[in-house]
Every structure is written in structure tokens, then in C-alpha cells.
Design a protein. Sequence first.
Length: 430
Amino acid sequence: MIRAMVIFALLMPCAALAAGPFAQVSVEDGGKIVPGQQVRIDVDVFVPDFFTSPPQFPLFDMPNALVTLSEGRSENVRRTLDGVDYSGIRKTYAIVPQVSDTFTTPPIEIAFGYSVNGAPAKGKVEAPSISFTVVPSSGENPIAFAAINLVMEQSFDRNPQSLKAGDALVRTITLSAGETQAMLMPPVSAGTADGLHQYQKPPKIDDGIATGRDTVSRRTETYVYTADKEGSFRIPAISYPWFDVASHEAKIASLPAIPVTVAAAQTGTAIKPVLDDAPRRSPHAIRQMLSLVIAGLLAIAAFVWIVRRTLPLFAAEIRNARQRHLTSYGNRLKQVRAVIHSGTEAEIYAALQSWSCSLGHRTLADWSANGPASLKTQIGNLSQRLFHSGGAEIDRRQLAVDAGFRQSAEIVRASPLAALNPHGPGGRVT
């Protein structure tokens, strides 16, 4: 793997001589980069002693590209330069270019705390820009999704060929791939099965799933089929086009067609039990059995008493833990992004309104006003399509990324009354 290194210390040689903090940036290109391929940018921040507070890595905007920060933990690194030992922290940016072009990252200003002669001090470095080139794909069709080691699998909760009228058949399709993000995986085109009722559940997306030494991203789609009459049916085959960045060729993952057989519903007939004559028990055996029954009842009563005393405590702790998880920033952001990718435009607008209110903003317009320019554009397009005729299509991928922008703490000055109507593009009241 080729790693293009750009070292901040080389740009300012006096920094190394003074044993001060510095930053370096590297890009993992792996050869040719194509549109839709995830590019990893490593940013290392070094200090001559140790950190007293971790570096704050900000997000940045790049035209025609999606930029996110790795959700994994930062990596500790060390380096010796001119006889001085440096402690470092590495964070990885994931950039997904959408077109073929030369991309250059902006300078990144990073703040942190570190030790100077045993005393805590605040520091700041600027990670330099770095460039990488994205070449057009070799195929005729544009690349919709690029990754490595894509695996598409399906499973059923029961045998599709032994159903009865009224039964439900649950089909689960999983897509797993490396060097990508789950939210970038296009949905599966499952088609429809003639003669069967078909329902689709909201997709589930997960990143950082461990598979041995590697991690993959996964998209899970669930379909439910029902039949109200007997007969033979067919669930169609699935083709899923993707681009393999390891071999640099377009590929197609596929699943075979599945035959479904539904029989008429049957009513069971009860079978009359046959009772055998039981042998007579002796009085001693009866008394022994009664003793065991009484002992068992006492044990059950003691168990019930203990459970009644401790169950409310366990239940309260479980409720508190679940509530903390449901209201956490990461979980709420994941739910918002799921709605953006698969919900209707009205559902997306409602989810963003709720999200902005949970962040302390009175209106969606107040929240988007503090965000990147692309967020304002997408909110404007969404409002235009919902509350006016026409309007540009919203970019769901860009909107999902922008929804998680971090805003510096500030006092929000707003009118006592929230805006009665959403704002369209350019700030025009709709």
C-alpha cells in the first residue's frame, strides 16, 4: 500500500529544533482511486511530552465529496525526531469522492492540551493540506458503490416450500463489505413476487462489525411475504452491481430465485388420550411425596419473595440504562440518518425538526443557519419541495453527513416565538 506522507515539521524546520508540537498527514490510496471509493486520511498530532487533553479533530467540507470521522477510538503513536521522543494521537478521516478529479484537503486547525516542563499548557497545530487524484472508472456505467470483499446473503425463518395459507415468510438479506460505510450502501432491488403480499421493514445499518481481524459495514433488509391461498409462487432473483477496489473491476453479487409452495390450511383433529391404570402407592410413599411437595412449595414461596423484593430494582436499572441509550447523541443521530436514507420527504423534515429541537434550537432554520453551506442548501431544497411546487432533488447522502455537524457552544439569541413557517432557499419565508 502506497502512503503519501506530508510532514508539517518539514515545512517548519525550527519546530523540530524547538521540540514543539507538530502534525503530519497521510493518505492511503492503494493505487487508483475511483469515484465512490472510500479514501482514508490519517492525521497525526505529536507533542514532545504527553497530552493533558486529547486533540479536537474538526470536520471539514470538500466539494463533490462526503467527509466523515472514523467512529473508532483514536490510535496512540510514538515517534523519535532529532533525538526527541514524541507522543502522538492519530485520527482517521473517511472521504468518499463522488466524481473524478484532484481533491485537496483544507488545512486543519487542531487544539489540544499537553505538558510543558511538567506544567499543563494549551497547544494548537495546523495539519497541512494533502491531495489525491480520483480517476474515471474503466467501465461504461458510473460507479454507484465501491468497496472490497462484498458478500450478499439471504436467509428465511422457515422452509419456503412447506407453507400453509395464512403463514408469513420472513426473508432477511444482508450486505457486508469492507472499506466503506453502511449508509453508502445502495438499497437492494428485491422486486415483487406475483401472488404473494410483500412488506418491507426499515433497513438496519451498522459499521465496525468485527470479522476476525478486519471490520466490515453491514446493511440488513427484511421482507415479509404472505399468501392467502394455496399454490406455487416464485420470489425473483436479485442482482446487486458494485465496484471491487481491490481488483479494480465492476462486479455483480446475486441471489437465486426461490420457489414458494403454499398448501391449504388444515384444521387439526384432537386425539383422545388413553389412560392406563396406575399402580397403587403405599402410605409411606404418599407421605414422602407430600413432604417433597410441601418443601417445593416453600422453596417457591421463598423464591417469589426474593424476586418481589429485588425485581423492581433490576427493572428500574434496566429502564434507566435503556433510556440513557435511547437519548444518547449517537443513537439519536443514527435514527435521524436512517430516516434521511429511507424515509419520505415529510418524514425527513419531521425528523430534522425533532433533531434540531433536541439540540436546543427553536426551529429548523435556526439550526441549519449554524451549519455548513451544503446543509442550508439541502434544507432549502427540502422545504421548497414540501411547501412549494417543484424544487431541486435533495441529496440524501450529503444531508445525512451534514446532520451530524458539531456546533461550537454559543448563546443562541432567538425571538420568544418560534417561526410559524419554514424557510425556503435564500431565507425566504414560505
